[in-house]
Design a protein around this ligand. Structure first.
Ligand code: GLN
Length: 385
């Protein structure tokens, strides 16, 4: 059948996938010169030592291929971070792998560990790359919708969606877009489920350093999940340089071995000087300061909105604040986001970007990982609506 196709004709592997919502919104924000709180990235400078270390790394010859598993020094720094934060021992040699961004770690984990025909459960609203990563592995995405606006997990419903074909469940805490963080009950229920049905767990914890109301619980700290979980993290987020595209995966050695096979034939290795620079600077003073920094930014954003017609949904971690605009408008979220950009000069992200079923939830996501000045300008504009 394929041989009858004319040469050059395209049969899409992802026919229903459109362009990234993040790049689309950032493009429109730029076009209107709006304050861009849609895509999650800081607008403040990273630690100057990081930039100096990058210059030093590049100027001192760290410019050729590294090893596919990533810089040894950086893997050791990440292992130390897990020991400092969670008293967890993770082997830098066998269990930590550096990737070109957390998105790559997610896709490598799925394609390395899930077979065509198997099913992968994920919980919506969900980061946009989960479903395409599952599809690219030839597997079937099974989406469990969480109820707006708080998005608490109904574990009974999740269990009902498990089938004999289910191989993996993708979870995310702190949750993007809501900022909800898992409690010990969530982790316990996940562990029970994963054990009962012999599932792998892909735990997207890219905002683990930005939990401001209580400690972050990493899935790797639950003994029943330790051997079956791949944790994905983002040094771009931790070190305020999302454009560097450096993330990592932490998982038991047999899982890590499969993930590394995929990585070495996709990028071969993440960029050498960037890893070198991060390894010089990533220490306790970097990550221990982050919860207070981001709590302050969330509080400033919320204080700036006092008296506005937007209603905030409680958030306890991450980069983002959900705002309900029901008191202002009844239009679907993409339409409201367009209006906000073109007429009021602020870009927020429609939650339908995380699942089209949420288009009428009247929620937009705003990134508060911004300078005080940007937060104040944006909240002044939002308060006027
Ligand atoms: N994680 C960030 C967000 O949710 C951006 C990710 C991206 O643009 N690839 O906005």
């Amino acid at each position: 059948m394929h041989s009858n196709l004319p040469i050059g004709s395209v049969r899409s592997r992802l026919p229903h996938v459109k362009g990234s919502i993040f790049s689309a919104l950032s493009r429109v924000a730029k076009q209107y010169d709006a304050i861009n709180l849609s895509q999650g990235f800081p607008d403040f400078a990273p630690d100057p030592r990081l930039l100096e270390s990058l210059a030093t790394a590049a100027n001192s010859g760290h410019n050729q291929y590294g090893m596919p598993e990533g810089s040894e020094a950086l893997r050791r720094s990440i292992a130390r971070m897990y020991e400092d934060l969670y008293s967890l021992r993770i082997s830098a040699d066998a269990e930590i792998t550096i990737t070109a961004g957390a998105t790559q770690a997610i896709s490598a984990a799925v394609s390395g560990l899930v077979h065509p025909g198997e099913e992968v459960i994920f919980l919506a609203p969900a980061f946009e790359s989960y479903a395409p990563s599952i599809l690219m592995a030839g597997a079937t995405p099974v989406c469990v919708d969480l109820p707006a606006p708080r998005f608490e997990v109904d574990w009974e419903e999740v269990e009902r969606r498990v089938s004999p074909h289910t191989r993996m469940i993708i979870v995310n805490s702190p949750h993007n877009p809501s900022g909800r963080c898992w409690n010990s009950n969530d982790v316990d229920r996940l562990a029970t489920l994963a054990e009962r049905h012999n599932l792998l767990v892909l735990s997207d914890e890219v905002y683990h350093n930005m939990v401001f109301d209580g400690p972050h619980i990493t899935a790797l700290s639950e003994p029943r999940l330790r051997e079956r979980t791949i944790v994905v993290g983002s040094l771009g987020k931790t070190m305020h340089v999302t454009g560097w595209r450096i993330g990592y995966a932490a998982a038991a050695a047999p899982l890590t071995a499969e993930l590394r096979k995929i990585l070495q034939f996709t990028t071969y290795a993440a960029p050498t000087p960037l890893q070198q620079a991060m390894a010089q600077v990533l220490d306790a003073s970097t990550y221990l300061s982050l919860p207070a920094l981001f709590r302050g930014k969330r509080d400033r954003f919320l204080a700036g909105l006092r008296g506005s017609r937007f209603e905030s949904v409680p958030t306890s971690g991450g980069y983002f604040q959900l705002l309900d605009y029901s008191a202002i408008s009844t239009v679907p979220d993409t339409q409201f986001a367009d209006l906000l950009i073109s007429e009021h000069g602020v870009a927020g992200l429609p939650v339908s970007g995380f699942g089209t079923q949420y288009a009428n939830s009247r929620l937009l996501r705003f990134c508060f990982a911004k300078s005080d000045e940007t937060i104040d300008k944006a909240t002044n504009l939002l308060r006027a609506l």
